[in-house]
Design a protein around this ligand. Sequence first.
Ligand code: PLP
Ligand code: SF4
Length: 338
Amino acid sequence: MSVLTSPQSSLRTRCDWRAALKSAIRNPAELCRILGLPADLVDAAVRADRDFPLFAPLPYIARMEPGNPRDPLLRQVLPLEDELRDSPRFIADPVGEAAAKRLPNLLQKYQGRALMITTGACAVHCRYCFRRHYPFDEGANSPLGWESAIREIANDHSIGEVILSGGDPLTRVDAQLADLASALEQIPHLRRLRVHTRMPIMIPQRVTRELIAWLRETRLLTIVVVHANHPNELDGSVQKALAGFVEAGIQLLNQTVLLRGVNDDLQSLVRLSSRLLECRVMPYYLHQLDQVAGAAHFEVPLEKGLRLIDQMRTQLPGYAVPRYVREDPGAASKTVLA
Ligand SMILES: *Cc1c(COP(=O)(O)O)cnc(C)c1O
Ligand code: SF4
């Protein structure tokens, strides 16, 4: 069996995370072949993936159910015809990021926290991504451009926390990230460093000794916020990778996007929270979908989201129920819906 027809075997043979990024599936026909999916999905995916191509790493594909076009993990990555249907409420920059730019690679919306765009690259292309149309500037987002962001943060004493975002900051190599962390920790008014990443979920091999080392060695309080939407994403390999953070004493939080056909049912959300607890990750936010062009078919009505949260409360301890939030352009914080 070749690597392409057997995601399981490739999972065992590819240990290096960079190899896993390189071998990620970009071709809809190949994805459908690996998973034994009907060929009619391929044509639609080829038409829909033009602006924002398919990109899915094999360790993630290995957690999908072969032959199931409705698999909740598959739905997050497979381009569908639905993406081409225009919906007037769904726009390129739904959360007002253009207005929040202090520099091409530094956004600030909220008091005390600044968000650094460290790269445009991700370990996966999530079809519902609110930055799917973001004008990533490779020059500014590269390590060469970090210097101006560091200077801006150093000159603003009101900033106590820096969030490394992207893209996914953990697509950068640890040597670059360790340099960035040590530049940031020299800014006396900074207290916390937060990393927003989907990498440990997509490619668990990314949680390397070097990664844990720079997170642990910095003077800054480090918080890692991962992004999982469905309990099937959190298999044994991911749990083991997350244990690396736990053992180093790094606080782990999770954010989820509420997605139609992926996790908009009570059982998925309850199981997701339970699984997160088993992995020692606190459920943080459940996001109402940002209204980004191409993602309208993922929207769950607000009333349904509110009902789901109410039902979750009856089945889980209070600390396992995430805050249901929405991002409103211009607001001083995320808007708490429940
Ligand atoms: C969501 C977000 C944050 C973080 O908000 P918290 O409520 O602190 O998690 C920070 N900056 C920007 C631009 C954001 O969109
Ligand atoms: S990992 Fe995050 S930034 Fe990257 S495509 Fe998915 S949602 Fe968007």
